[in-house]
Design a protein. Structure first.
Lengths: 398, 533
């Protein structure tokens, strides 16, 4: 099997290189190393099987294509009217030939189906995992809960909006090498362990897709589906949401970091301290990190912190100018809710507006919610003058 | 049977007389019951929608030319991908095939007109409000549907009034398709000239007969699914909402039970067209006529039991995945039979390569490539890594553009001399083919690489390792889009000032419209059924 694998790898490499060169010559562009043409290096046993299966089927198909169209191009050159070819009008039926070319494809298909079946059975066997992590998709990010260890956290895109840009002007900052694939808190797992993921969603359907681990699974609201992987090696593996989930579907990446057992144990200890969900009242999704709830903001402090929170969480829809994109994403400048009593605005942030793209931001800390509300009430031409304090949010959560 | 034919004939005849004094101008087309007029309207409508849908595709490719957001908001990008698909499927390809069915079926079976001429008129005119509804969603608050053409809940529940308008448009288009199908089936089964047995019909009639059954079986399923969406959106039902006891996965099952046969609705009539054109330019009869008919039937039947292959990532049990994988792989057998038959038709023929034949050869190569990538996707484990990536986008464009669109393009060039009595410009036609063929592959071949490397579909922006192929793909897309203007120019100038065409323009063409009718075909044909050998 190992030999076969190596063989297919080399074939893949060769095929990829030939493909690259032929294509690049055709379009006469300079050779650039980043022209990826194949499935990325697999990092789990299932991903290895997927890779080999794909190469196997690719080569079978390529061979059939060459043979079949060899006949066609031979006909095109040989049986030309301009060369005086006379049509053989009696050659329009042959039961024998027709039976042969029905049976041969059938046999080839069986030869493909056998290894394919084996991989499916391995892939679907989620029994006896070493650990289980719950993955929850939401518009537009991920939450990971290590239920046995009693902690969980959110994972959001960290690429600044200046690199993504605005329609009309485009990006105003150079895009980094991890553009759109960088997150604040990656999923961390130990190497060589069977990890079972329970995948679901809070709002619409999302797809948890990390090709190098061989996983692509919809998170469906109201249902939990399970998949498994075992990372073969230490490293960082990237993926993205694979199912269209609204405006920022392209902006919810996935990062998985595979660590050695010792490093993983360290990370778990640290994480428990930051993201504990052990308090019995806290439900995993509504839990917010307890970050300086007792702080009293001045206007300047609140606006400074609020601006950061705003650009990370709000600006994508309501825009950096606060003008939004009505009617889907209302303007905050001069908005009745923003200018009105703070209770109502706090309620909208904590609960969202069901049936619209306005999600709940209960996952933010009390000080973050307070700061961003203060920021919106005193920016974009709004000047309410009031500073909202973390204690107000804490009170509203009860 | 004989009396029925005589009766129908008499009926059509009296009808024809009213046409001789029919109104001119727009009113003529509003009230027409003539299958050729209606066919022309369908074709013009489809041609217009083809360019509208194509413009949307260029919008998509422009945004994807470089990483970052340059031209549009992500929400608008999502609307473009959604409406591009709906316009191309329901506005361009399906009406174009119905247009050819209207023109050709009565002539090919020796009938005077379609069985239900007034319903024929309705099934065309119902599409106009539908198209207006669908396209105007871009201008209503909340914008057009932005959930992808598959309209999966719960995402589609979040959309604005544009979603409701799209649902209504789909209802109307579905009704139009069902009426068209009933008309085609009735015509084919009842109005054939004496001696025109089922197994003597040109293959285009056969593929349309089977397609029409697929339409009648699946359009009501789509209607049911989108009606449930509508009640979930507005009337408090929970068909697809887990909180109320429903299941979003159920929508996918229902949708794809329609969606997969729909794929064959888009391609089977093209198979029929290619089966007419290749023999005409090989100057010998179609190889394996009977096996072509059986293969088409098998494909249609199999198409009802493979829908789960669009859903391998929802988390269905291993048994479900295995069933749908085996069933899907099986489709390769009858499809292979068809490809082999076409190549065997060329074998020992006497080939010439006018524009329709070039498009058919392009169809054979590229459609087969798309078939192979379909086979790759049918393997569940491989689909896991390719599902919802650009590989899928490349796959279905390989089967739909060189499949459905080139099939139709070949038919336009093949039949323009017959319909208009004028010959198109062969040089321009060849330019159109070669630029399309190269540009198509520059656009879509790199998308296989993007998908393999893991780039998801329906995203307005992407990571930097995908930048080069996307740039190339966009360049190809613009070349492909603008090369269709050559097509438009060629068609328009042919109609206005083409040279006179022969009655039998193509040596090997042997169906009734070529052997029994002049070019251009008169307004009324086969008022008395033709005498067949």
């Amino acid at each position: 099997m190992q030999k076969m694998t190596n063989f297919f790898r080399r074939c893949a490499l060769f095929g990829a290189n030939v493909g690259k060169i032929v294509f690049l010559c055709l379009i006469s562009l300079p050779v650039i190393a980043s022209y990826d043409v194949n499935i990325p290096q697999p990092a789990s046993p299932i991903a290895v099987q997927i890779y080999d299966l794909h190469m196997y089927i690719l080569w079978v198909c390529a061979t059939i294509f060459v043979v079949v169209f060899g006949f066609m191009f031979y006909s095109i050159f040989k049986f030309r009217h301009s060369k005086g070819a006379k049509p053989d009008v009696n050659f329009h039926e042959s039961t024998l030939i027709e039976i042969i070319w029905t049976i041969i494809p059938f046999i080839i298909l069986i030869a493909m189906a056998v290894p394919a079946t084996k991989t499916i059975l391995d892939m679907k066997d989620t029994s006896s995992p070493d650990m289980t992590i719950k993955v929850t998709g939401f518009q537009w990010g991920w939450r990971y809960d290590y239920s046995a260890e009693h902690f969980g956290f959110y994972s959001n895109l960290t690429t600044p909006w200046n690199q993504i840009g605005q329609p009309g002007t485009g990006p105003t900052e150079k895009q980094g090498s991890d553009y759109l694939l960088e997150v604040d808190n990656p999923l961390v797992v130990p190497v060589g362990k069977r990890v079972r993921l329970l995948i679901t969603s809070n709002d619409v359907i999302h797809g948890w897709y990390v090709p190098q681990l061989g996983i692509n699974q919809y998170g469906i609201p109201g249902f939990i589906k399970d998949v498994w992987f075992k990372a073969d090696k230490v490293g960082t593996f990237k993926g993205q949401c694979s199912q269209i989930c609204g405006k920022l579907h392209g902006y919810m990446p996935i990062t998985v970091i595979v660590k050695t057992d010792a490093e993983y144990a360290d990370w778990v200890e640290k994480s428990k301290a930051i993201w504990s969900t052990k308090s019995p009242s806290a439900t995993p999704v509504a839990a917010a990190p307890a970050e300086d709830d007792n702080k009293t903001f001045t206007m300047a402090e609140a606006k400074e912190k609020g601006e950061k929170v705003y650009s990370a969480n709000c600006a994508a829809c309501h825009q950096a100018t606060g003008k939004g994109m009505p009617p889907a994403f209302p303007s905050l400048a001069g908005s009745k809710v923003v200018l009105g009593a703070s209770d109502q605005q706090i309620g909208v942030l904590l609960n969202g507006r069901p049936g619209t793209a306005m999600q709940s931001f209960a996952r933010l800390s009390n000080s973050e919610v307070a700061a961003v509300i203060t920021y919106t009430k005193n920016s974009f031409g709004n000047s309410v003058g009031k500073v909202i304090q973390p204690a107000d949010i804490k009170a509203a959560r009860k | 049977m004989a009396t029925t034919t005589a009766h129908d004939h008499a009926h059509d005849h009296s009808h024809d007389h009213s046409h001789d004094h029919a109104p001119g101008g727009l009113l003529r087309y509003l009230t027409t019951t003539n299958h050729k007029d209606i066919g022309t309207m369908y074709l013009c409508f489809a041609f217009a929608m083809f360019f509208i849908g194509g413009a949307m595709a260029l919008g998509i490719r422009a945004e994807l030319f470089q990483p970052g957001l340059q031209y549009m908001q992500p929400e608008f990008f999502n609307s473009l991908t959604t409406v591009h698909a709906l316009v191309m499927i329901f506005g361009a390809v399906m009406p174009a095939f119905v247009g050819f069915a209207n023109w050709l079926i009565p002539m090919q079976i020796g009938a005077a007109d379609m069985a239900f001429p007034r319903m024929n008129n309705w099934s065309f005119w119902i599409m106009i409000p539908a198209a207006i509804l669908l396209l105007s969603t871009f201008f209503v608050p909340g914008g057009a549907a932005a959930s992808g053409w598959t309209l999966y809940p719960p995402l589609v529940i979040q959309g604005g009034i544009g979603v409701d308008m799209s649902i209504l448009a789909l209802h109307l288009l579905g009704a139009s398709s069902i009426m068209g199908s009933i008309n085609i089936i009735t015509t084919l089964l009842n109005l054939r000239a004496p001696g025109m047995t089922l197994m003597k019909m040109p293959l285009f009639c056969w593929t349309w007969l089977i397609t029409a059954y697929l339409l009648i079986a699946t359009m009501p399923v789509l209607a049911g699914a989108i009606t449930m969406l509508l009640t979930d959106r507005h009337f408090g039902t929970s068909f697809f909402n887990a909180a109320g006891g429903g299941d979003p996965t159920m929508f996918m099952h229902i949708f794809w039970f329609f969606g997969h046969p729909e794929v064959y609705i888009l391609i089977l009539p093209a198979f029929g067209i290619v089966s007419s054109i290749i023999p005409a330019f090989a100057r010998k009869p179609l190889f394996g006529y009977a096996s072509m008919v059986y293969a088409t039937g098998s494909i249609a039947i199999l198409s009802f039991i493979v829908w789960g292959h669009h859903m391998f990532t929802v988390g269905m049990p291993a048994a479900g995945q295995l069933f749908f994988m085996y069933a899907t792989m099986l489709i390769a057998v009858p499809t292979g039979v068809k490809i082999f038959n076409w190549i065997a038709t060329m074998w020992r023929g006497s080939l010439t390569f006018e524009t329709p034949m070039l498009f058919c050869i392009g169809f054979l190569c590229m459609f087969t490539l798309g078939g192979f990538s379909g086979l790759v996707l049918s393997i569940v484990a491989v689909d896991i890594t390719l599902h919802n990536t650009y590989y899928v986008v490349a796959h279905f464009h390989y089967v739909l553009f060189p499949g459905a669109i080139w099939g139709l393009t070949a038919a336009v060039y093949f039949y323009l001399p017959k319909f208009t009595g004028k010959m198109y410009n062969e040089t321009l036609g060849k330019w159109h083919f070669w630029i399309s063929a190269i540009a198509f592959n520059v656009t879509f071949f790199p998308q296989h690489f993007l998908g393999l490397a893991g780039m998801p579909r329906r995203i307005p922006d992407y990571a930097l390792q995908y930048a080069e192929w996307n740039a190339i793909s966009t360049i190809g897309a613009f070349a492909l889009g603008f090369s269709q203007l050559i097509f438009l120019y060629n068609v328009v100038t042919t109609i206005r000032s083409g040279e006179k065409a022969k009655d039998k323009q193509w040596d090997g063409a042997d169906s009734l419209e070529w052997t029994h009718l002049p070019s251009p075909v008169p307004y009324h044909t086969f008022e008395t059924p033709p005498v067949l050998k």
